[in-house]
Design a protein around this ligand. Sequence first.
Ligand code: ZN
Ligand code: ZN
Length: 450
Amino acid sequence: MKNLLAWPLGLSLACGLSAPAWAGSADVPAARPQLEAILDQNYPALEALYRDVHQHPELSMQETRTAALLAAKLRSAGFTVTEKVGGTGVVGILRNGDGPTILVRTEMDALPMEEKTGLPFASRARQQRDGVESFVAHSCGHDIHMAWWSGAALALSQMKDKWQGTLMFIAQPAEESLGGARAMLDDDLFARFGKPDFGFAAHVSNLPAGTVNIRPGAAGAASDSYEITFHGRGGHGSMPSATIDPITMAAHFVTDAQTVISREKDAAAFGVLTVGAFQAGTVANIIPDSALLKVNLRSNSADVRAILQDGVVRTAKASAMMARAPEPTINYVGGTAALINDASMAEQAQKLLQPLYGDAIHFVPRDAPPVSASEDYSEFVSAGVPSLFFAIGGYSPEAIAEAKAKGEPLPVNHSPFFAPTPDPTIKAGVRALVMSIIGGVHPESGSSPK
Ligand SMILES: [Zn+2]
Ligand SMILES: [Zn+2]
């Protein structure tokens, strides 16, 4: 942590109780109209970038065209750019005097699914993954993220008189497979480019367009995936006593594992256990010799995560033991920790942004329902970069009213119909990122993720 007193702007000394957080900094109120003028000028190019990557989505770790586009955007904004970090990752550095190093991250990857939005620029792209070709679509909204990320880079480079320090803008591969942040860190991201003092990122959702939602505490759940193979002894379906049936064994696991949720964790704590795949057998009269289950866990505290992880392994072994079968093969496929927002950054951002943008800024109470989606931005937090992760609404009032009139839920991220409206969503992302940096939102010394 650098000396806060050396930071020239913003909240270092002004995380006040009742006064607006930016009181005393003449730069923040002046920066707002300056940013709006810059946004007016830059917005057409940002929407064009969004449409371009929307039409040309790329799967995890295959984001080469996308990475080249983003690298070019950063270079033209004056950043020093390094490509191919952790696979296809891009790192842009912009130095502007003494001050903190601030991480701003976007993801680049799209999903292996068919887009059904009917947009005139809908994706028809296809790509191979593990030898299987599929449609590819930006149904998580990472195309919107890339637009606001590049808009923030450009605006901050045009507003260098309003901040000091070093910006580290990174575009990471493979968020969807939860491996890209780890890949960049394992490629010595911090050793090569410096360790950021703190960071920002944001995700679009189906909340009202233009809203900026700030959450103290968990902004994303921990996710853990397992593949469990139960080993039995195959044989004729008419002679079960001559076999060890892996299907009944695995079926026991499917139901018994839910008692980890209902009986072992605190009833009030968030935790989900889903068996998303059950693969075994071919026909009715053959007892197969193995059954494969794919299991996913979600939690938002380290305690519950440990209970669920332990419970899955124990229940799998017990199910096999009950059937006198060999120990199952339990393969931990991967996962990521809960994404915990720095509480002081969340509070400062609310105090800073609410006077500027009023009702568009929502501070989510701590006791609000938890977020069950996961984000591997948590890897950067776990690596020691306290951060604030915004949720930006992407659905226009008309789209929300239309869905309500039809009695249908709004499409969520990963729906083939997910179609956030670019304006004002992209602008809201730029505003949240840029004004937080100019306003000096930072972790208070001694504050830690809660
Ligand atoms: Zn996603
Ligand atoms: Zn996403």
